[in-house]
Ligand binder design. Structure first.
Ligand code: DGL
Length: 269
């Protein structure tokens, strides 16, 4: 019995960490498409093709439910996958909606019309492909009115994290926050719209200031998944816990171990 978790690289481990802590009796198969990361600079067609190939590997590993723990894939490919590619007996869910529900103070599946919410000025930090998709603004508009969103494409941050260059990652985060603040000097909330960014959450918070509420996805996704599995226990699948990568298993294992501060062993996908 295992649920699939997919990311282009290591960022989805922030989601894996939260879901396995929350659902300790569930096994997870993690798939990192490290050979093709970052996705954030690719076209929607490339992101669709790569995401389908990785999700297929998770289906082949016995998963009936796959979480795209990748905003870029959720924003650029998920809808097309659900409409034209996912087989009838499988489910693929993204990480966008739980975060927007938290920002707009909604319960899961609340389909009432959009309404005014407390947050009026929100900063979105995400990859160039996620920002270009405008998926966040589209989903937000279904749920809230009067929220001004300023999006900052954070080029280079995912590459630096994948390379383990945290000094460069920190410098880039600070310069992206400065750029955002030039456009929106006083956001009330900041959304970390890439699953790699929680690894830099302290830097975002420090650069933004203590009075900005920083939303990151891991715990929100864990809560939504727990709720989903209560209603769909048939989606547990037949796989066994594993970490798979299209990259070099040793390099990816070492980085993952460094980030999560516990031994993680990837195998070749
Ligand atoms: N963790 C992915 C996300 O949430 C990173 C995307 C990338 O590979 O650029 O968007």
């Amino acid at each position: 019995m295992a649920i699939g978790i997919f990311d282009s690289g290591l960022g989805g481990l922030t989601v894996w960490d939260a879901v396995q802590a929350r659902l300790s009796d569930v096994e997870f198969v993690y798939m990192a498409d490290s050979a093709h990361a970052p996705y954030g600079v690719r076209t929607p067609d490339q992101i669709f093709d790569l995401t389908c190939a990785s999700v297929q590997k998770l289906f082949d590993a016995g998963c009936d439910l796959v979480i795209l723990a990748c905003n870029t894939a959720s924003a650029a490919a998920l809808r097309r996958m659900q409409e034209s590619w996912v087989p009838e007996n499988k489910r693929v869910l993204g990480v966008f909606v739980p975060m927007i529900e938290a920002l707009t103070e909604r319960q899961w599946g609340d389909n009432s019309p959009p309404r005014e919410v407390a947050v009026k000025h929100a900063a979105l930090f995400a990859t160039p492909a996620t920002v270009a998709s405008r998926a966040f603004q589209r989903e937000l508009a279904f749920r809230a009115i009067g929220v001004d969103v300023e999006a900052q494409a954070c080029g280079g941050v995912v590459d630096a994290i994948e390379d383990g260059d945290m000094i460069l990652a920190e410098a880039l985060v600070r310069s992206h926050v400065d750029a955002l603040k030039r456009k929106m000097p006083t956001p009330e909330a900041a959304i970390l719209g890439c699953t790699h960014y929680p690894l830099m959450k302290d830097v975002f918070q420090d650069a933004l200031g203590a009075d900005v509420a920083v939303f990151s996805q891991a715990d929100l996704v864990a809560e939504s998944l727990s709720d989903y599995l209560k209603r769909h226990p048939d989606k547990m699948g037949t796989g066994k816990a594993a970490f798979m990568t299209t990259g070099d298993p040793k390099t990816v294992s070492d980085r993952a171990t460094q980030f999560l501060r516990r031994r993680i062993d990837f195998v070749a996908a």
